[in-house]
Design a binder for this molecule. Structure first.
Ligand code: TYM
Length: 332
């Protein structure tokens, strides 16, 4: 079975619909045919300032949402990144073969550091993609299902693997990004040319998995559209409506054409109402299951601990090989 790896940051108390559509949905499908590992990347989350109690809580909440959305922790390995020390250790080694300019060209770093200001942005934020490369390479990963925004990081991962292999001998497997074009990018409902994001400044355009159904419905009814009043997909001219159509299409597993046809004679109101009902029907059971699991944090911690042990076994082997190849003396 091909090895699959992916992860999310526990950077908010709920995942958003872009995480669900861009990643979780394909994780759930692919875990059937793959030997999959899914991490909650807490070490990535601390590359921007965090509140310690909130981070701990968000980490459990993220784990609960993975499981509630259909990730099966007895089939796939679902664990917390910091529980496996090899991630930080391999990242250090990879830092030493990453060019300063190369890391500086990462667009996500450029965006995030521009927002924070050069002095506020940390070295950790700069090295973020190298840690992500370590995550992937530790497990001899073949496929990485992610949204479009992660493509450049996976390219960097391949470059680092190739460089290491040619310098120190064949060690790493070259991973491939798996990005489904229809679902690669979900946009903010209030600002439909910007990616929907957990860290958005305003929450008005973000659909959270754990929002109350009435809140979800309200956000969809208020989504920015246009005054052309026709339910038609046109990314350039009608970004708001197109984004809603993508969400509709993915969640209903219907073609965009058939949805356009259904709402051809009705206005945006009926279309949005239909979408709100659909989103709520998908998210409500996930929300209920998540809240139920959060009632028993000890059980959740037990699952995470067992899964971390499984991950660690693989990771430690890779790290030992790497240490040998680069010439670190083994402890006698
Ligand atoms: P994160 O936590 O930002 O996002 C998690 C996943 O959700 C996808 N995503 C989206 N997809 C479509 N539309 C959107 N609006 C949207 N917003 C987010 C992301 O592409 C991602 O797949 N660096 C990663 C976490 C990570 C990782 C890894 C991923 C760390 N190590 C190793 C894969 C493999 C991140 O920030 O994800």
């Amino acid at each position: 079975k091909p090895r699959l790896y992916s992860g999310m940051q526990p950077s908010s108390d709920s995942l958003q619909i872009g995480n669900y559509i861009g990643a979780l949905l394909s994780w759930k499908r692919m875990q059937e045919e793959c030997d999959a590992l899914f991490s909650i990347v807490d070490l990535h989350a601390i590359t921007v300032p965090q509140d310690p109690a909130q981070l701990r809580e968000n980490t459990r909440r993220t784990a609960a949402q993975y499981i509630a959305a259909g990730i099966d922790p007895s089939r796939s390995t679902l664990y917390v990144q910091s529980h496996v020390p090899a991630h930080a250790e391999l990242a250090w080694v990879l830092n030493t073969i990453t060019g300063f300019g190369e890391a500086g060209r990462m667009t996500q770093f450029k965006d995030k550091s521009a927002k924070q200001g050069a002095d506020a942005a940390s070295v950790g934020l700069f090295a973020y993609p190298v840690l992500m490369a370590a995550d992937i390479l530790l497990y001899r990963t073949e496929v990485v299902p992610v949204g479009e925004d992660q493509r450049q990081h996976i390219e960097l991962t391949r470059d680092l693997a190739t460089r290491f292999n040619s310098r120190f001998g064949d060690t790493f497997v070259l991973p491939e990004a798996r990005i489904l074009t229809e679902t690669a990018k979900i946009y903010d409902l209030q600002n439909p040319t910007a990616k929907m994001s957990k860290s958005a400044e305003s929450h008005a355009g973000v659909i959270w998995l754990l929002d109350e159904p009435s809140v979800t419905a309200k956000k969809i009814m208020r989504a920015v559209t246009d005054d052309d009043a026709s339910v038609r997909f046109d990314r350039e001219a009608k970004p708001g409506v197109s984004n809603l159509l993508s969400i509709y299409s993915v969640l209903s597993e219907r073609s965009v054409d058939s949805i356009e046809d259904e709402f051809a004679a009705s206005g945006y109101g009926a279309f949005k109402k239909g979408l709100a009902e659909l989103v709520v029907s998908v998210f409500e059971p996930i929300r209920a299951r998540t809240l139920e699991m959060l009632d028993d944090p000890a059980e959740l911690d037990r699952i995470l601990a067992g899964n971390a042990a499984r991950a660690q076994e693989i990771a430690d082997q890779t790290l030992q090989t790497v240490y040998d190849r680069i010439g670190l003396l083994r402890r006698g």
